[in-house]
Design a protein around this ligand. Sequence first.
Ligand code: CO
Length: 681
Amino acid sequence: MTDHNQVKMTAMNYEKERPEAENPLKVEDLTLRDGHQSLFATRGRTEDMIPVAEMMDEVGFWAMEIWGGATFDTMHRFLNEDPWERIRTLKRYIKKTPFSMLLRGQNLVGYRNYADDVAKAFVERAVENGMDIFRTFDALNDYRNFETVVPVIKASGKHFQGCICYSLTEPRLGGEVYDLDYYVNKARDLESMGADSICVKDMAGLIAPYDAYVIVKALKAAVKAPVHLHSHFTSGMSAMSQLKAVEAGVDIVDTCMSPYAYRTSHPAIEPLVMTLLGTNRDTGFDIKHLAAINEKLEKEVMPKYKHLLDDSKMSIIDINVLLHQTPGGMLSNLVNQLKQMDALDKIDDVYRELPRVRKELGQIPLVTPTSQIVGIQTVNNVLFDTPEERYKMITDQVKDLCYGLYGKTAVPIDPEVQKKALKGYPRGEEPITCRPAEVLEPELEKAKAEIGDLAVDMDDLVLYALYPVTGKRFLKWKYGKEEPPAEVRPITLEQVKARETLIKKALAGELVEKPAKEAPPKSENARTFNVFIDGEYFEVGVDEVGESPVIRYIQQMPAQMPTMPAMPPPGPVSPPRSTPPPAPAPAPAAKPSAPEPLKAAEPPKAAAAGEGTPLKAPMPGMIVNYKKQVGDSVTEGETVVILEAMKMENALPAPVSGTIKSLNFQSGDSVAKNDVLCVIG
Ligand code: CO
């Protein structure tokens, strides 16, 4: 059969007449990792993957991506799930299809380069727990950051997939850095490292269809290893790019089951199966079987997650990607960050400053963690720089980048910025040129001494080494040393239904009357949801009594939507439509990236000890640790506390010189914007 000619098939018997393809396109399914990471804030729970696991194993996917990326972080932090356990559990249901994970090179599944001993142990544990394919990338495309993990993958007999992060400086392929030669050379580098397949990783949906064609053709000519295209739908181009890549001979592409597809996720599998039906690249997948999986997902799983979907816009594509060549998720992070700092009016300044900062920082690809590093520094520059001085507030991560701790940048970092960033840098003012992990001290023994018996096995220890603050808290939950908070518990379909029923009643005005019964006190099991409907915002408390969940209260909140710039609630607030809650519990936001209107309205935590200058949290976040104790003296500008926000650790400097009068929080505490973290007198 010739290229893409359709054979004649009738609707009734196409399956019987469907010829076997000469070169079937291989497909990796991303539903259980990148799919829910892209659309549902990585909140997918293992229990919600099990209902479709066996059916998905029957599809015939080349691989299923089920782990890695942000899953490790969110599972132990927000879901009270042991990340290692997920691999083992799914392996019991998915026996035929190989498992794939996203490995951030020497960053593993975190946001910085870890020491070699941690990197080796991590890969060994991933193999041991059941991982088969390691999709490995480095945010700078500096493959020296693969040198520790790749030999472990290969020695274990597992598949090393080497990635090239797709990046642009122009609207299309070409320009100074990221031209066709760049990608071909990177692919050759990966092949010489022993890559079993080579993946063009287009995390931002930047790859245009004709560029995908040109790149795939060139890579197929340059390397023997199979070529794989990973592209996000964000800009709306990826389904077209996928098809052009197929025409150019791509071996493997990535898709999601349709409920997890499109928007910032990936193209759906079903249209691709139909597109290639009867051609020499026919996937051979049974479209009826796919439909059955979708039905199960729609009925049994999606109701629990759809509130996480960003439905603030009609459009399912983000044309900012086309305008700014910037990952969609990065832009929404910037918008959130500006909102939290009451500075959304500065967004155009941020768009202008971003390419400049990126260029000064070495024209690096924008992907976790570099997208956060460049993004947060850009916001800092816009908010804090003066006409006389740029880079007034440099983040620790930018300092690390300037030192060479992430690797070699695509072009040299601006020497003035580098010099300023490294002034007083603890590791030294002269940047390194060696493989970054060579300057990192081993970390496992130290971690073991710190965590002690709370880490029962190597899996626990690696988890703690990667995430000391949240990892320790998780191990306390895991071993019953501490009660996990209500918001990390799963919700049931019954709870979802009860919530929806109540919202309908509230919107119909049926909840105005006084309830017949006095509301019982809210139990400790009660969970609070923020629910946004048609521009109105409700806080709903759901309590579980015996078997059936009971809705305790629903309260309409002041008109202050998360899509608008944060501002004080207007004048007299409209009265709640129904019974107010017994106590205005601060709502655990269902969507952690969204600002919490309730919290913002709360008065900031008062300074505990009398007179002095407060150090306030510039943004909501979590206390990593204090660098000073009460009674210590500090000089202005010295780091007092490390606050984790937007996945980055921020060193907050003392606003004045003096003595620490009080420290108001502890490691692991969440803080709101303007909370007083310490007082200096
Ligand atoms: Co991705």
